[in-house]
Design a protein around this ligand. Structure first.
Ligand SMILES: CC(C)(COP(=O)(O)OP(=O)(O)OC[C@H]1O[C@@H](n2cnc3c(N)ncnc32)[C@H](O)[C@@H]1OP(=O)(O)O)[C@@H](O)C(=O)NCCC(=O)NCCS
Length: 174
């Protein structure tokens, strides 16, 4: 049976391999990547699924701000090893991530993905309709959910990254 644990730093190279396999070489060109580039993921919101010492899944969340004022999280990427799909690992990673986010007091989460999959967790395109992303997106795949009811009521306009800079950038800036 797999376990979901916080992402240990030394697993980052294996996560990159899993993400390259899951999304292909174009994964760094996605619009969502513009919201992650140069940012540190949200603290406590990088999780992995591990089974018999082997990485089988990953999820990360990132800090955002909508319209310059409403805080939210970006969910993604989430990926499960292709040999281990349809065992509920993806859902378990998402549910655990959302539970941690809720416990930390976050109000809302957005993502780019298939509503057919994410609807079960409460994500809806309707909730993202007044927001825009910094690159092209199929509006049917631009989804949001509220962890605190009403958190997205004032959320309109451009979505911007709002995390801490990655350590390397921080050093360069210093
Ligand atoms: C999406 C992903 C993380 C789901 O992981 P998982 O562990 O297989 O998920 P679960 O076991 O919780 O759910 C699997 C079910 O969701 C369905 N599902 C998966 N992706 C789906 C999608 N894009 N749209 C609709 N249904 C989807 C599967 O068909 C499966 O259905 P089944 O239970 O009837 O077999 C995994 O398929 C993956 O890594 N895909 C490649 C990367 C990716 O697309 N990530 C999401 C980007 S937004």
């Amino acid at each position: 049976m797999y376990r979901i644990i916080p992402e240990p730093p030394e697993v980052a190279p294996q996560i990159d391999i899993l993400l390259d396999r899951a999304f292909g070489p174009g994964r760094r060109k996605k619009t969502a990547q513009m919201l992650r580039e140069g940012q540190r993921p949200a603290s406590g919101l990088t999780l992995i699924a591990i089974e018999n010492g082997r990485l089988v899944g990953t999820i990360r969340f990132w800090h955002l701000r909508v319209g310059g004022r409403v805080p939210a999280l970006l969910l993604g990427p989430v990926a499960v090893d292709s040999d281990e799909r349809s065992r509920g690992i993806g859902a378990a990673l998402i549910r655990r991530g959302l539970a941690v986010a809720r416990s930390q007091g976050h109000g809302a989460v957005i993502l780019v993905g298939d509503e057919a999959y994410y609807r079960r967790f409460g994500f809806r395109a309707e909730l993202a309709r007044r927001m825009t992303l910094p690159g092209p997106v199929d509006r049917r795949r631009f989804l949001a959910m509220e962890l605190i009811p009403g958190a997205l009521a004032p959320a309109a306009g451009r979505v911007h990254p709002a995390g801490q800079p990655e350590p390397r950038r921080a050093r360069r800036a210093a």
